[in-house]
Design a protein around this ligand. Sequence first.
Ligand code: FAD
Length: 460
Amino acid sequence: MTVGSDAQLMIGAQLRGELVDSENPAFDAQRRIWNGSVDKHPALIIRCAGVADVMAAVKFARVTGLPVAVRSGGHSFSGLSVADNAVVIDLSLMKGVSIDPGTRIARVQAGVLLGELDRETQAFGLAVPSGIVSHTGVAGLTLGGGIGWIMRKHGLSVDQLISVDLVTAEGEFVRASAGENAELFWGVRGGGGNFGIVTEFAFRCVALGTQVLGGPLIWPMQQSAEVLRFYRDWIAEAPDDLMTLVIHRKAPDLPFIPEDLRGQPVVIVVCCWVGDIDEGETVIRPLREFGHPVVDHCQPTSYLAHQALFDPSFPHGRWYYYKSCDVAELTDEIIDITAEHSVQFASPLTSFPIWQRGGAVSRIGEDATAFTGRHAGFTFNIGACTAGREGFDAERAWVRDFWSALEPWHQGVYVNFLADEGADRVVQAYGTAKWARLQSLKRTWDPDNFFRLNQNIAPN
Ligand SMILES: Cc1cc2nc3c(=O)[nH]c(=O)nc-3n(C[C@H](O)[C@H](O)[C@H](O)COP(=O)(O)OP(=O)(O)OC[C@H]3O[C@@H](n4cnc5c(N)ncnc54)[C@H](O)[C@@H]3O)c2cc1C
């Protein structure tokens, strides 16, 4: 289906941004998102330059009756930010960021990526908690919650959110904060893009400084079960200044990896210590001394470099597939299943993180925000990656098998790590009590389910 040319002319004339349809030479590049396995052909892409464009785009899309996809950073795992025959409302041109170092408030437009936000906040030694790959969008990440390197000390992205500017399903502008549309503000802190299009976020920045103690320690994957058992005991009492990820993969081709190790299966513990560096060295020492790591690249580094550490491992255009679950603790059974499945994937590009949770995130009430899962112990984000179609199906089957083997211990799932897994999984992500509150909010702000290409909270 195409949008009528008159309608297209009408919206095109109103825009400060850009209209991209299939006739436009830029269409092929613009319809692509981060996950190369997503290959959709929308009817039209409306690249908004500001709030007025977003309001016009929503009103236009209502008239066409076509489904609407919303794109900011384009990192939806399952590709929800583009769809066949849809109108894509694309915010990626909206790059404004301003930091007030006096009030420590960051105002961030929806098209800003994590690395762009970090660049501005770090000029003042400040930070907004966000995620671990710098080309992810602030918008989608924040609307789902936002977990990352400094969350155990400073909470989720939503825990530092002060307000959002939002365009409703009717194309109207509203602001939501603790004092204004408070229930909507509760909902956007975890409820995703269900209630409207956020055009701008205001965050409190935290005083972080510009240095962290961080980086990977690496052991051969044959030692996975021992490393995981030691790791579990070592981090049991870890201070909030420490956040870790455990990664199983084949060693990447990076300068700090010895040549003979590249391509070999390894288990990696990546640390990020945000407190006093000497104190961090003392806390991390037992891990360094465990079982002779083949690489120790954990060192004082800039926060900006640490935030971009994983960028080379997750470039745009590769084929990715993820399934995720939270677990309460790393039991012996979970460790043994992890060790067993980790030696079974084939792709040299596959790498999957186990996230340490807890800390500041868990000290905020479960009902304080729509984000659910504050008491998770660990998050498994089992992911497969291939260069293209070749080998993808086998790798995806590996993800599903591994995820199913962990099923007896599943505790919940972080909504931003959901793939296209059906309506029941979205309910599971929020739990039934919160679901009723979210549905009620959806009925208030989007009774027709205009915003439904998302992890959908259907109004009824
Ligand atoms: C490489 C990679 C690393 C990641 N790392 C982390 C991490 O460290 N921590 C973490 O918490 N998550 C992480 N994620 C998951 C990430 O939070 C989600 O994929 C998120 O949706 C990405 O946001 P985006 O704006 O880039 O994506 P998009 O694909 O643009 O948007 C995803 C969805 O969010 C909604 N949305 C986007 N923008 C808006 C808006 N302005 N208004 C309303 N709704 C909107 C829409 O429903 C859209 O379908 C990662 C994902 C990837 C691919």
